[in-house]
Design a protein around this ligand. Structure first.
Ligand SMILES: NC(=O)c1ccc[n+]([C@@H]2O[C@H](COP(=O)([O-])OP(=O)(O)OC[C@H]3O[C@@H](n4cnc5c(N)ncnc54)[C@H](O)[C@@H]3O)[C@@H](O)[C@H]2O)c1
Ligand SMILES: [Zn+2]
Length: 296
């Protein structure tokens, strides 16, 4: 082939490549999510082990703010100043007020299509592990039966001293702090900054990540450990690493695939591509709770 033909071919290739990019960009601009063949192949492989790690971002579309979203969480406090054992020792009433405020937000929120899609995945995949950093309990409310809740559950309470679980405990109407028979103060059953994660739950998350064929990180900045570690060990084990987040994170460059979009749109798009059909339960959910809709 002559140099001229070669150059012409390259030009045609360049045009074709640009057309391809433009096509993808235009689909992206239209809100279409491009799911790669590599991801489809990974998720349709025989006996594939799928691990999904979720963070505050998956619940953003349910109206639950992430800690780092604009405006911060509550009054002028930073979570780091309230979600600590030291803060509770210093001022348990303010800490409880903050959690009562968050319980009200969570109680009024509904799972969104991202949560429902993952509940379907639990039924669809033979080997499926859902790990969450969220404390809002929305995965369970959407139908996931075994989410590994690394940071506990805001709806539950425990004794700060003897760790016994307490049913329906909360701040008294007069602002009194609930007490345990052991004399300890009762607190929300969440993991605070500086506290260890529940060892059994962490071990299960670790084991699943080590064996994962596909590891999807959804709506997490991966700043709070062990999110970054779990992704890292999954990658070391040879898993395909996928990030689903509308924004770039500090971890983005470690991922094999990055899907820029909200969890409530991207997860159902993957599900549709895999042919995972909404069941009756989720069909009725979709009537009342469409993607990103958290208003009653
Ligand atoms: N819902 C909850 O239970 C809740 C809420 C706030 C914070 N937290 C706690 O705060 C810690 C913060 O870490 P984190 O990484 O989970 O949250 P984060 O606040 O650090 O990061 C949230 C991430 O979600 C992304 N995001 C925002 N909207 C999204 C959407 N619609 N779809 C997908 N992604 C979206 C953001 O770009 C960001 O990267 C966690 O330990 C968690 O326990 C929990
Ligand atoms: Zn006690």
């Amino acid at each position: 082939m002559s140099g001229g033909e070669n150059a012409a071919c390259r030009a045609v290739d360049t045009v074709a490549a640009w057309e391809n990019v433009r096509w993808r960009l235009s689909w992206a601009a239209m809100g279409e999510i491009v799911i790669s063949e590599r991801l489809v192949e990974a998720l349709t492989a025989d006996r594939v082990r799928v691990v999904v790690l979720t963070g505050a971002g998956i619940s953003a579309e349910s109206g639950i703010p992430t800690f780092r979203s604009a405006g911060g969480w509550w009054k002028s406090y930073r979570p780091e100043d309230l979600a600590t054992p030291e803060a509770f020792a210093r001022d348990p009433k303010t800490v409880w007020e903050w959690y009562e405020h968050r319980r009200r937000i969570v109680g009024a929120a509904k799972p969104n299509s991202g949560h429902y899609e993952l509940a379907r995945w639990e039924r669809h995949f033979e080997k499926f592990t859902l790990i969450t950093q969220n404390v809002d309990g929305l995965h369970r409310r959407a139908g996931s039966t075994q989410p590994l809740e690394l940071h506990g559950n805001i709806g539950l309470s425990i004794c700060h001293r003897c760790r016994q679980s307490k049913e329906n405990a909360g701040l008294g109407p007069d602002g009194s702090i609930p007490c345990c028979e052991c004399g300890g103060l009762v607190r929300p059953a969440v993991v605070w900054f500086g506290e260890p994660l529940p060892p059994q739950t962490l071990q299960l998350a670790w084991d699943a990540s080590e064996r994962a064929d596909a590891f999807l990180s959804v709506g997490t900045s991966s700043i709070v450990q062990p999110a970054a570690d779990l992704a890292r060990i999954a990658k070391q084990a040879g898993a395909l690493l996928v990030e689903i987040n509308p924004e770039e994170t500090e971890m983005s460059y470690h991922f094999d695939e990055v899907l820029r979009g909200s969890a409530g749109v991207v997860l159902p798009a993957i599900g549709r591509r895999l042919g995972i059909k909404p069941d009756d339960h989720s069909l009725s959910d979709q009537v009342t709770e469409s993607a990103g809709n958290h208003e009653d």
